[in-house]
Design a protein around this ligand. Structure first.
Ligand code: ZN
Length: 391
């Protein structure tokens, strides 16, 4: 069996980058994927996760209807261009491929396609392998919210988000928290008649930011800490009016064992014990400026973890070492990704493994090292061999 060639993987990544698919506009790239996987000989299903925005599922090998031994998961939406010059014209400069989505995360998907292509040229494996491409990862997660309804199953999953070819065994959850403070408006010349919601909001925010945050020590991974960031404040109409409203948006990252409801309860409890706060009304809930879909607010984005001792993690490590000739590093990311849905909704053990550096995601310099892109396709091919052929 041949390995995916650099030329093929690179062409695949370029094609995906050249189809603009900013969140909300995934229709065309999904249409392309549907055709591409069909042409490779996969059994392909399309599922409307939102109007005109399908998820695409492609499967091959094994017996139709059985649980696939291995499932790759990737999102096809990207963030907007922001300040990136010519973001949808892929360019190769000094061994790197530039373009929006090159890291986050069309290269991971390109590596899957290239690996499937090589496998499908030879004898098909005894067990099936699959890919699910989802929409809306950068916003309300409507694609992965639909995985249950799609009936997605697998023995093991690989999230193809960039991990710099390290093995990610977990992600933190993220709880977007909106705290609204209501006071009383008055003319700025008689502030004693009003209740200043901005001052109350600043007072409470300071205490919230100083709350003790939990951490856990994980063997082989080090300390994993919860975190909080105050990202946005709104309040006040004019300099000479006492503001009656203040809105504060917090980004609270959760470690295993924490839930978004715990966080909200903790914040209410803290405020309840602060002197002077009884003069104001506080409303705290899960909300994000770009979220407008109650199901995701209700579900939240949970932490996820696959045990280091899981046998599949050992297989990942040995395939990586055998194919790339170096040891794989394990890590637990500070970020969030949709491993949450595989682990927590579908009960599928999963890891994050993909090409590219996470720090380049969403930046104007987004680019992928072509060598790493090719390495990733080869490891994916090796994983299919290891998980799906019965020896
Ligand atoms: Zn991503």
């Amino acid at each position: 069996m041949e390995q995916p060639s650099e030329v093929n993987v690179l062409e695949e990544a370029k094609r995906l980058i050249s189809i603009e698919s900013i969140t909300g506009n995934e229709g065309e790239v999904m249409g392309y994927l549907e055709k591409r996987f069909k042409a490779l000989g996969c059994r392909v299903k399309r599922y409307e996760a939102a109007p005109g925005r399908p998820n695409i599922y492609a499967e091959a090998g094994g017996t139709p209807g059985e649980t696939p031994a291995l499932l790759f998961h990737g999102h096809l939406d990207t963030v907007p261009a922001y300040g990136m010059a010519d973001p949808f014209t892929p360019k190769v400069i000094d061994g790197n491929l530039y373009g929006r989505g090159s890291v986050d995360q069309k290269s991971g998907v390109a590596a899957v396609i290239a690996a499937f292509e090589e496998i499908l040229k030879g004898d098909l494996p005894d067990r099936s392998f699959a890919f699910v491409g989802v929409i809306d990862e950068e916003s309300e997660h409507r694609g992965s919210m639909a995985l249950k309804d799609m009936g997605i199953k697998a023995d093991f999953g690989v999230i193809t988000e960039p991990s710099d070819l390290k093995i990610g065994v977990g992600c933190k959850g993220t709880a977007p928290i909106l705290l609204e403070v209501k006071g009383l408006a008055a003319h700025g010349c008689r502030p004693w008649l009003g209740k200043n919601a901005v001052i109350a909001g600043m007072f409470v925010a300071d205490k919230i930011m100083k709350m003790e945050l939990p951490s856990i020590e994980m063997e082989g991974l080090g300390e994993i800490k919860a975190s909080i960031n105050l990202g946005k404040i709104e309040g006040g109409e004019a300099y000479n009016i006492v503001p009656d409203l203040c809105s504060l948006w917090f980004d609270r990252r959760l470690i295993p064992g924490e839930t978004q409801n715990d966080i909200i309860c903790d914040i209410y409890e803290l405020i309840g014990n602060l002197p002077g706060t009884e003069e104001f009304t506080f409303n705290c809930r899960v909300a994000r400026p770009d979220w407008n879909w109650p199901p995701i607010e209700a579900r939240g984005l949970h932490p996820a973890m696959t045990r280091l001792e899981a046998p599949e993690v050992s297989v990942m490590k040995s395939v990586h070492r055998d194919i790339l000739g170096r040891k794989a590093e394990l890590f637990y990311t500070d970020g969030y990704h949709e491993m949450d849905f595989l682990v927590n909704d579908l009960g599928i053990n999963a890891v994050q493994y993909g090409p590219g550096k996470g720090a380049l995601c969403h930046t104007d310099e987004e680019h992928i090292e072509i060598g790493q892109l090719t390495e990733c396709a080869r490891v994916y091919q090796g994983l299919i061999r290891e998980f799906c052929y019965i020896k």
